[in-house]
Design a protein. Structure first.
Length: 426
């Protein structure tokens, strides 16, 4: 009923003159429905208020609403109501009601999905293969574009590659090549119809795999999941890139014990690889902290999450090439629908001061002259010095070690905050 409720919210807002965007990208993920009208904006989330308040607060909506039945939650920052109370809160007309709208609803996208599935079943003469073709559409939707490489390097590692010609014949995908003679590489992506079908197919797959998803979430841990979904959210999807990260167990209960157990993880990571993640990207102190945690202390948990979702066709594992076309690894991508589903179950309590401290060390890492305690210490130790127009690194190796040690300490504080709240709730 979640998808239908989201569609109804969009319908009601549009009928009342709002410009509406479903799955609206905000700094900390995607908002279910956002509406804009003459200097007024509303962000609406469906689910547990405790799990979504941080996401809602990361964008300056005029009003923030959480739709939740029987939720006993009080906040000065968000309004919690059920679907029947929404229109009173916004002072808008809700006609027809949600129940009436469901009865008369005609979903054109779902109808196209059913037509395409029947066509694939007839064309492939096998129900199971037709379902795999739908999985191929989901894969392409999450990957955005797949390079089919027939030079012998990576083709055997591309899922569903034998089904792509069928999708092209059905008008669901297109293949193109940059080679003029005897092409060995093709770029495959979805057409507009393929894109529409894929979005419905993802919803259907989520319904089918819901119990498996919930099992994975419980085994990964909802607090760890919160860090991963907050830190890895990019413009269209969750993205996890392959990196070489040492595998260490987080041990101890005190801050010092946690710090010394995770210090080797940071020692094994190149700080430049971490900083590259932020080039040209928008981030908040919280998303920056969660991104670095996702690539350090929780990296192997993130790999486990994406691998298990990949096994049930709910993530794409996409081969990545450098500027010169050389294959150098894989990255995982999960669509915003998957991200939204995961975020409904994810929750962790991180003290507000910790992301702020992490943002300060990140500013120093980028040689920002904002006066912070970390900058003062770095200047006193002679690691950096001021120069006209900015900062200069005096000793590159000491600078890297200083940044990584400070990041490790702050991440240890975050881990302690998460684990202590886990213990108190348990």
């Amino acid at each position: 009923m979640y998808d239908e409720l989201k569609d109804y919210l969009a319908f009601v807002l549009k009928r009342n003159g709002f410009r509406v965007k479903k799955d609206y990208r905000c700094p900390e993920g995607w908002i279910d429905v956002a509406g804009f009208k003459r200097g007024f904006s509303v962000g609406i989330e469906i689910g547990n208020p405790e799990n979504v308040i941080s996401k809602l607060m990361s964008y300056p909506f005029s009003v923030r609403i959480v739709i939740c039945d029987d939720c006993d939650y009080r906040s000065d920052e968000i309004i919690v109501t059920d679907i029947n109370g929404l229109c009173r809160v916004l002072n808008i007309e809700c006609n027809p009601s949600f129940e009436e709208w469901l009865k008369q609803r005609r979903n054109k996208d779902y109808e196209l999905y059913r037509i395409v599935f029947e066509h694939l079943r007839e064309k492939l003469s096998d129900d199971a293969v037709a379902r795999r073709a739908m999985d191929a559409i989901i894969y392409l939707y999450m990957a955005e574009e797949v390079i089919e490489d027939y030079s012998g390097k990576v083709t055997e590692k591309i899922p569903f590659v034998r089904l792509y010609p069928t999708l092209v014949e059905c008008g669901l995908a297109i293949r193109d090549t940059k080679d003029i003679f005897a092409p060995k590489t093709f770029m495959t992506s979805l057409t507009r119809d393929g894109f529409i079908v894929a979005k419905v197919a993802v919803r259907e797959k989520l319904r089918e795999r819901r119990r498996e998803m919930e099992k994975i979430i419980d085994e990964i841990g909802r607090d760890v999941l919160y860090v991963i979904t907050t830190g890895l959210a990019e413009r269209k999807s969750l993205v996890l890139r392959e990196m070489k990260v040492a595998k260490f167990e987080i041990s101890g209960k005190s801050l010092d014990e946690i710090y010394y157990s995770i210090l080797p993880i940071f020692a094994s990571v190149d700080i430049d690889d971490i900083l590259k993640m932020f080039y040209g990207k928008e981030f908040t102190p919280l998303t920056a902290l969660c991104k670095v945690m996702s690539y350090t202390v929780f990296y192997h948990k993130a790999i486990e999450l994406f691998e298990r979702l990949f096994e049930i066709d709910l993530t794409s594992k996409v081969p990545v090439y450098d500027y010169y076309g050389e294959f150098f690894g894989y990255e995982y991508r999960a669509s915003k629908e998957i991200a939204e589903f995961l975020s409904k179950y994810a929750y962790a309590k991180i003290d507000d001061e910790i992301p702020r401290k992490f943002h300060n060390i990140l500013l120093l890492a980028f040689l920002n002259t904002t006066p912070t305690k970390d900058l003062k210490v770095a200047l006193e130790r002679g690691i950096v010095r001021k120069k006209p127009g900015g900062l200069e690194v005096v000793d590159r190796e000491r600078f890297k070690e200083f940044i990584k040690a400070r990041m490790a300490r702050i991440v240890a504080e975050a881990v302690e905050s998460i684990f202590s709240s886990r213990a108190s709730s348990g």
